[in-house]
Structures are given as C-alpha cells and as structure tokens.
Design a protein around this ligand. Structure first.
Ligand SMILES: Nc1ncnc2c1ncn2[C@@H]1O[C@H](COP(=O)(O)OP(=O)(O)OP(=O)(O)O)[C@@H](O)[C@H]1O
Length: 268
C-alpha cells in the first residue's frame, strides 16, 4: 500500500500547454467484446502519466490504441477519437509508420533486434531519413544511447549483438531505439516487469530524466512504481477509467470508492 505523501514530488501544478494527446469517448473491442469503455483523457506533455488497475482491466489495450498498435490485432476495433497535437491519429490518410515514430513504444519484454547494438539504434533513423551521413548517424546513435543512460556501458562494443546485453541493458537499448527517431510520446507497457530491482531502479531514474523532453505514459502493475515515476495517474477497472488526477491525490485522497479499494489493496 502506498500512503506516504513524502515520496511524491509536487504534482499540483496544471500541466503546461495543451495536452499532447487527447482521447475522447474511446472504446476498444476485440470482436464483440468491449475491452475499453468510453474513456476520455488528456495526456500532458510535461508529465509522466501512469495507468494502473487490476489485471485485465484494459490498461494495455488502451495504451496500444494511442499509437494504433491495436491495428496489428485483426479482431481489434477502436471507436471514439484520439488526437496527437490536435490531429486525429485514426485518420485513414495518416501514415501509421510515422505515427509510431512520433508515439514510440517500449514493451514488457525487452525486444532488441538480433543485430548489433549500433544497428538497433541506427535502423529507425535510417528508414525515417533522419541522418544524412555516417557521421550524423553515429551522432544519433551516441546521443540516443546517452539519453537512455547506456552509452558508458556499451560505447566500446557497439558491434556486439543487442541480445547479448543484460535484461536491464536491453530495455534501455529499446528505450534508446525509441528515442532515436525523435518521438514526442513514449508509451511504456510494464517496462520493468521482466527486470530485477536494480535494473528497475535504473529504468525509473531514466523515466525521471526523460520527463519533460517526451510525454511519457507508463502501464504498471506496481503502485509503488506509479507513485515514484508519475505525476498523473489514471485508475482503470473493468474497461472503464474510474479516476484520473495528480498521482499524489489518487494515492492519498482518491475521490472514488473503487480507487480507494484498489490502492488500499482490497482487490487487484
Ligand atoms: N488480442 C486480444 N484478443 C482478445 N481479447 C484480448 C486481447 N488482448 C486483450 N484482450 C482482453 O481484453 C481485456 C483487457 O486486456 P488488457 O491486456 O488490455 O488488460 P490489462 O489491464 O493490460 O491486463 P494486464 O495487467 O493483465 O496486462 C482482457 O479481458 C483481455 O482478455
């Protein structure tokens, strides 16, 4: 149970500027089954937003709808509107590859390509035309690895396979890979669930460092993690978003009974 107020940074200020993403009346179906029911939320630019809730409540489904990752599931269908900087991301004219560069994703299990560390990072910028020369590409690789806190550990072995790194390093490599194409939003789907506590702490520090540069949304099973890394928390239950607000409020003074029951460990 998370009840200490001291662990929360000050999250009382309203986010600056317009929301990076806006979901309005979003429902997601798998065939006939409704997994997300009428969710509306604004994703701020300069805060980390955490999605919490019991297993199967639809957190990942909703997260995946934010960069159209659900398109890859034939039975999945999304209703409602999701906008990025005011533009509908489900507009049929929109280039989904571009969208996924702007709204990057990091998965539960680190999934580096079976290629060198260098190639893992360089691939995206190459296909998106973000580096015009080998020097420029080298620079993107170095900058991305530095931002992901991995450079010092790998700078002398960029030709080694990405899959030879430890789990925590692989996850930072995947974050560096997302960063390399200059995203505006990074979606993280339980990024630490396969990691030990030390590797988890490094990812949490990294999220802290990246905040402000990218809008970050993280799905987590760990309420402690949500409390540590986020400034906004959305609580999901049975496909609905029950409550959304400053993280300190959700954990210390939730308005809804269902949120209170969950954060006090009554179910979940
Ligand atoms: N590919 C799919 N096909 C059909 N149903 C699915 C699919 N993916 C998820 N679901 C269903 O949608 C609902 C929401 O699942 P989702 O994985 O989004 O929940 P979650 O809150 O992220 O759960 P967990 O915390 O266990 O990962 C569940 O009932 C799940 O069984």
């Amino acid at each position: 149970m998370v009840t200490q107020t001291s662990q929360f940074e000050d999250d009382s200020a309203a986010p600056s500027g317009p929301p990076k993403m806006e979901a309005q009346g979003v429902s997601v179906f798998y065939g006939d089954k409704k997994a997300i029911d009428d969710v509306s939320i604004d994703i701020p630019t300069d805060y980390v937003t955490a999605f919490i809730g019991p297993s199967g409540c639809g957190k990942s489904t909703f997260l995946r709808s934010l960069n159209r990752m659900n398109d890859t599931i034939p039975t999945a269908r999304v209703e409602g509107t999701i906008k990025l900087d005011g533009d509908d991301i489900y507009d049929p004219k929109l280039d989904v590859v571009q969208l996924r560069a702007r709204v990057g994703m990091v998965f539960q299990k680190p999934n580096p390509f079976p290629k060198s560390i260098y190639e893992n990072i360089a691939y995206g910028p190459k296909i998106h035309g973000l580096a015009s020369s080998k020097d420029a590409l080298d620079e993107v690789v170095e900058r991305s690895l530095k931002r992901a806190g991995l450079w010092e550990e790998v700078k002398d072995r960029l030709d080694d396979s990405g899959t030879a790194l430890s789990g925590g390093q692989q996850q930072r490599l995947c974050i560096a890979r997302a960063i390399a194409v200059d995203p505006e939003v990074i979606l993280m789907d339980e990024p630490c669930s396969a990691l030990d506590p030390i590797a988890t702490a490094r990812i949490e520090e990294l999220i802290h460092d990246l905040r402000g540069r990218y809008a970050i949304v993280i799905v987590t099973h760990s309420m402690q993690q949500a409390a540590r890394v986020s400034q906004r928390t959305a609580f999901f239950h049975l496909g609905k978003m029950v409550e959304f607000g400053p993280t300190s409020e959700i954990f210390t003074n939730p308005k809804k009974e269902r949120t209170k029951d969950y954060i006090t460990g009554r179910y979940g």
